[in-house]
Design a protein around this ligand. Structure first.
Ligand code: C5P
Length: 253
């Protein structure tokens, strides 16, 4: 039963105790900018440049290992939503203890690889908190051959759907997948879970290492609740203009 908090509808599921995000909310609340930058001062500069245009940031490996965890706490205590992209995977106890401490940091979202045991341990550890746990299905930089090389017998699409089902059953708050798969994932997880899609590229932009890419408008049409955009914004000569252009594309959908 989602309720409105600002523009973003979300709720703590009383049975499972994990935070769920619904699809509702303004486009601005649904754009997450990946602060994939080498230093804290560059990240602070990007946040200053994007002030007012962006209200949700993702902090991943690069910044986390350059002072980004304290910066994440700082942003969160100032009311900015932070998605901590740690892609956790370890034995159950280690995952649970890590999640317990991340809950204390005031983060909005956290990723772990969508392995059933890790997801169940994380859900138990986050119970009663408002942390939205996201299961990373298959990285958007992976294609069929990469999945085979990693030892799986599934094609990326099948593996994404299987892991989405497992994430739903584990009680996760959402899924990370390519927007190419968002429609099929949405059918599996229902309307309330977050479907967060990286690999977003405005038409005509550089794909970099991403292979399963989709435009911002198409991602929204496919049922994504949140779009993660890194390089197309943080590497743009005018970051604010790039973010506004992506928001306009999202709104056009
Ligand atoms: O620069 P770009 O827009 O490709 O950044 C996408 C971000 O989303 C990166 O920080 C990457 O680590 C993250 N991500 C991803 N694919 C996933 C999960 C996270 O690209 N499946």
């Amino acid at each position: 039963m989602p309720y409105a908090d600002g523009n973003l509808a979300h709720a703590v599921d009383p049975d499972r105790g994990v935070m769920h995000f619904a699809e509702a909310g303004s486009m601005r609340d649904r754009l997450i900018v990946g602060l994939d930058l080498p230093t804290l001062s560059e990240a602070e500069k990007a946040v200053r440049e994007l002030e007012g245009a962006v209200s949700f940031y993702k902090i991943g490996y690069q910044l986390a290992f350059a002072g980004g965890l304290d910066f994440a706490r700082e942003l969160a205590s100032g009311g900015t939503k932070v998605f901590l992209d740690m892609k956790l995977l370890d034995i159950d106890n280690t995952v649970a203890k890590g999640v317990e401490n991340i809950v204390k940091m005031g983060m909005t979202m956290l990723t772990l690889h969508a392995y059933p045991r890790a997801m169940r341990a994380a859900v138990e550890a986050a119970k009663g908190s408002d942390l939205c746990l996201l299961g990373v299905t298959v990285l958007t930089s992976m294609d069929e051959q990469d999945v085979i090389d990693a030892g799986y017998e599934y094609d990326p699409h099948t593996l994404v759907l299987r892991r989405s089902e497992q994430a739903l059953h584990a009680g996760m708050g959402g899924i990370v997948c390519s927007a190419e798969e968002a429609q099929a994932v949405r059918r599996i997880v229902g309307p309330d879970l977050a479907v967060v899609t990286p690999g977003i590229r405005p038409s005509g932009s550089d794909h970099g290492d991403q292979k399963r890419v989709v435009t911002p408008a198409q991602a929204i049409r496919n049922g994504a609740s949140h779009l993660v955009v890194g390089r197309p914004i943080v590497k743009a000569p005018d970051r604010r203009a790039a973010a506004e252009a992506i928001l306009a594309e999202m709104q056009s959908a």
